[in-house]
Ligand binder design. Structure first.
Ligand code: HEC
Ligand code: HEC
Ligand code: HEC
Ligand code: HEC
Ligand code: HEC
Ligand code: HEC
Length: 416
């Protein structure tokens, strides 16, 4: 009996060990390192960059093995192969560098890595911006491990009960009526509790995380640096986001606003700029991208082709059941942009600074004073309604009024 158990546990240990090491075993080549060394200046795994995203490249290839030929000699392929020339057209005529020295296994390793790439902390589009936690890979691994261990435990229990039955028969003890496992109350209870916990966990986690994406920093269609514009060149936030002062939403400037300056500013002469992943930006190529969107020809100084709007990725997203108004805060409340957005003028790529959670809004409303209009007519002209507060302040009953006191924590103020 003891021996059987020992063997079973050894088997479990071996299975668990194999599960832990197998992901490392199956990739002899380090796809990520190869990618960073050879391809990352032009490709991203999941989004378009100079070249197309590498994720799923092998599903798109016209015939099996096409990618090997392509990576080994892109120049020749772009001349002769119809799919390759189509790609080159889509990339605006840029031809990829050839890598004759990469082996097929190395190319596969790169593409395997790209296929399994998950952006850390990025948002699932369309899912209310719910975030994929960076640690979810581990969660899945542990989940699978738990499942496997549970199945093994179950099998062992079955083996145990069968052995017991055999032993009982051997000793001529009359056995009880056997209960099939799916009618066994103990198993059913464990299963039920398990399901309950799992459902509860996902419900709470999903609801809490709905729309939350602090730290979100997507790659934008043009590498546009706030540090260069609002920091080094001191352009006012309101030059580009003027609507923040008088309407609900701060606008994102149109291509025309950019062209006001960039008809003249053709080159970037400042310090070299780096992306979040450390790669160097070709800033003049980024300005060229702007010209492509605008349809501007810097040589002839004319708009010689139709322009198209830049599809900036929206970073800050409140759920649709929340009402937030910029002018209420920027103009009336005189809250600085940086209080809510962080030091944008020091960021190259914008990153969401605040959690945009309900607690974040409410805490500020509890602690921030309303800016009543002073004698010079500055501050809040809207709240003549609140004459009472003015009178009380004049009579020195109190010297400030928080947003909470004017109703800033009432549900209806922020929720439809
Ligand atoms: C100098 C920039 C550059 C580098 C470096 C580069 N690529 Fe490309 N790649 C491109 C461009 C641009 C295209 C689009 C086709 C064209 O215009 O030639 C492309 C296309 C591809 C495609 C076809 C994608 C599809 O949608 O079918 C694959 C696969 C590919 N590259 C793999 C790689 C791999 C692997 C590396 C690294 C070993 C690499 N590339 C390095 C620029 C580059
Ligand atoms: C020259 C124009 C320009 C200036 C000046 C400028 N911005 Fe922007 N801003 C943009 C563009 C274009 C985007 C969209 C691309 C991006 O997110 O980087 C943007 C995006 C943003 C976003 C993120 C919007 C979203 O998607 O949620 C915030 C917040 C922001 N700007 C705040 C500021 C603040 C604060 C200042 C002043 C310190 C400022 N901006 C100055 C052009 C400008
Ligand atoms: C009290 C906090 C707060 C202040 C102050 C603030 N913002 Fe925002 N900003 C937000 C929130 C919250 C959002 C998300 C709004 C949404 O999803 O509807 C946002 C979104 C944005 C966006 C994206 C477009 C939009 O309206 O959804 C831009 C651009 C922006 N802010 C720029 C600015 C600038 C420029 C200033 C200063 C003039 C500023 N913000 C001041 C909280 C603030
Ligand atoms: C008020 C003038 C002004 C406006 C408006 C403006 N820029 Fe710029 N831009 C500049 C200046 C100045 C530089 C830096 C030139 C230098 O340092 O040599 C620059 C640099 C750049 C660069 C290279 C550095 C970087 O950030 O990557 C890009 C790309 C760029 N601008 C894109 C844009 C886009 C897109 C818009 C519209 C959303 C825009 N600019 C609006 C003045 C402006
Ligand atoms: C940094 C501080 C700060 C943060 C963060 C903040 N607010 Fe406010 N909020 C204010 C101030 C100050 C006022 C008062 C403006 C005034 O004088 O009427 C205000 C006013 C309001 C009002 C009008 C209240 C009334 O009684 O008329 C609403 C609605 C509101 N905020 C919604 C939000 C929402 C939604 C969020 C979060 C997404 C938020 N605020 C985050 C500072 C903040
Ligand atoms: C100052 C603005 C503000 C006030 C006042 C406010 N809320 Fe919220 N509420 C928010 C914001 C912002 C969110 C979105 C938070 C998120 O996405 O995590 C939210 C989310 C929620 C949610 C969705 C659950 C969640 O965490 O996403 C519920 C339910 C809710 N609020 C109920 C209330 C109730 C009830 C009151 C009154 C006691 C209230 N709220 C008052 C700003 C406010």
């Amino acid at each position: 009996m003891n021996r059987i158990f020992q063997r079973c546990f050894k088997a479990v240990a071996v299975v668990a060990f194999l599960m832990l090491v197998s992901p490392q075993l199956s990739f002899g080549q380090d796809g990520e390192a190869l990618f960073k060394a050879n391809c990352s200046s032009c490709h991203k795994p999941d989004v378009k960059y100079v070249g197309p995203p590498l994720k799923g490249a092998r599903e798109r290839e016209p015939e099996k093995g096409w990618v090997y030929k392509w990576v080994h000699n892109a120049t020749a392929m772009a001349m002769t192969d119809p799919y390759a020339s189509k790609l080159r057209e889509e990339a605006g005529g840029v031809v990829m560098t050839s890598f004759p020295d990469l082996t097929n296994a190395q190319i596969d390793a790169i593409l395997n890595w790209a296929d399994s790439f998950q952006p850390a902390g990025a948002a699932k589009p369309g899912a209310g911006g719910a975030t994929v936690a960076p640690q979810s890979n581990h969660t899945v691994l542990y989940g699978m491990l738990t499942l496997v261990l549970a199945i093994i435990a179950f099998v062992l229990l079955q083996v145990n009960s069968n052995l017991k039955k055999l032993a009982d028969e051997h000793d001529n003890i009359p056995g009880k009526q056997p209960v099939p496992f799916y009618r066994n109350k103990a198993y059913l209870l464990v299963l039920l509790i398990g399901l309950f916990l799992l459902a509860g966990y996902f419900l709470v986690d999903g609801a809490m995380g709905l729309g939350r994406q602090q730290g979100y920093q997507p790659v934008q269609p043009i590498y546009y640096s706030h540090f260069v514009h609002a920091g080094v060149n001191q352009i006012s936030c309101l030059y580009c986001h003027g609507d923040a002062q008088n309407s609900r939403h701060a606008n994102i400037p149109s291509v025309n606003t950019c062209m006001n300056c960039h008809m003249a500013v053709k080159e970037y002469t400042g310090e070299p700029l780096k992306r979040a992943d450390g790669s160097i930006v070709d800033a003049n190529a980024e300005i060229q991208k702007l010209y492509n969107y605008a349809g501007w020809n810097p040589d002839t100084k004319t708009y010689d082709r139709p322009g198209k709007p830049i599809q900036w990725v929206k970073i800050h997203n409140l759920p649709s059941h929340v009402y937030f108004n910029h002018s209420q805060h920027v103009k009336v409340g005189q809250v600085a942009c940086q209080t809510c957005h962080g030091e944008i003028q020091k960021m190259n790529e914008v990153k969401q600074f605040a959690p945009l959670s309900m607690g974040w809004c409410i805490n500020c409303h509890r602690t921030t004073n309303v800016q009543f209009n002073d004698d010079k007519g500055n501050g809040n002209q809207f709240y003549s309604l609140y004459e009472k507060f003015h009178e009380d302040i004049k009579e020195h009953k109190y010297d400030s009024v928080t947003v909470e006191k004017i109703g800033g924590t009432e549900c209806g103020k922020c929720h439809y």
